[in-house]
Design a protein around this ligand. Sequence first.
Ligand code: NAP
Length: 351
Amino acid sequence: MMYSTCWRLVSVNTTRSTSRLYHYGNNPTIKLNTGCPIPVLGLGTWKSKPGEVLEAVKYAICVGYRHIDCALLYGNEKEVGQAIQAKICDGTITRENIFVTSKLWNTFHGNFCKVKEGLEKTLTDLCLPYLDLYLIHWPTGFVQGDELWPKSPNGEIAVSTEHHFTCVWQEMERLQKIGLTRMIGVSNFNQAQINKIMSIANICPVMNQVECHPYLNQVQLSSFCKEKTINITAYSPLGARDFVSAGTPGPLDDYMISCIAKKHCKTAGQILIRYQIQRGHVVIPKSVSPERIAQNFEVFDFSLSDQEMNMILALERGKKGRIIKFLEAAAHPEYPFTEQLEKSDPAKKKA
Ligand SMILES: NC(=O)c1ccc[n+]([C@@H]2O[C@H](COP(=O)([O-])OP(=O)(O)OC[C@H]3O[C@@H](n4cnc5c(N)ncnc54)[C@H](OP(=O)(O)O)[C@@H]3O)[C@@H](O)[C@H]2O)c1
């Protein structure tokens, strides 16, 4: 499958941002639909353990990262906050030099008080007065309470349909209006769900954060979001090694990626990150290793050719390529990856 798309790095601003207040050093930015810049490369923090993430975030900021991707669910926002504070205190950055994203967890889908409670917990833990970007983590609500993974009596996750994500979106808009977050967006939303948001929104989402790597390229969703002026952040861009069982081969082990890496004297990780940036996506690889944090930032000194971009794109595996299936929420009517639930047609198999 070949695409004639021109893969040039579209409108990436490698100089200091034109925005008076918010500027991000040497981390190139793209503009969101608000006109505000976002650094194209951020540090992921899912599964970065307390005890590791403090040093990882501090080191990343020293290396030049100006974008940290967080979530209440990750259980490490306190340490991420301590790291950001440490780098503000030692004068490396100001609050305006660091783009911080976090996400509203499913058990906080509710009325304004509940949604605000979710954001306020994150702000308290991060020790920040406001976020740059707040995302609805998933379109699926869970039953509210102290448990982040509430269980029904039958042992399944207790999903809740009481507050549809369109209502949650309206509360997100209020959070932006009162200044607790500069911008709002969504994560793990499919096209139909984006359309539902657009039909009621006064504020257009700036971002849809979704799984994206060569085995799940999200070509359709990416161009659909682009049409709607919504940017894509590619999560698990390296294949989420902390999540898959040890030894499962992923895009980092792909022969094609290693050939391209060799040609550019780069690592497979750097190719996978550069690939997303050239697609116009924001990308948030996670690492707690100083060596890999630094390596993952060295992606602005080379380019992939159109042919290489197409070769990587051709590694697409469709629904088999999805790693984060989130089947815990499969019973929810707004479960976003319905293709994951479709059984393969045995008649087709025989043909
Ligand atoms: N919105 C959502 O629902 C959602 C879902 C998943 C992820 N995310 C976000 O996206 C971020 C990234 O995704 P992810 O954490 O799933 O996985 P990822 O970034 O694809 O991969 C992280 C894994 O790759 C390793 N790694 C990092 N750099 C490497 C390199 N250059 N070479 C080889 N291995 C390398 C890391 O190990 P070391 O740490 O040991 O380096 C870690 O095991 C998350 O941390 C989170 O912030 C969001």
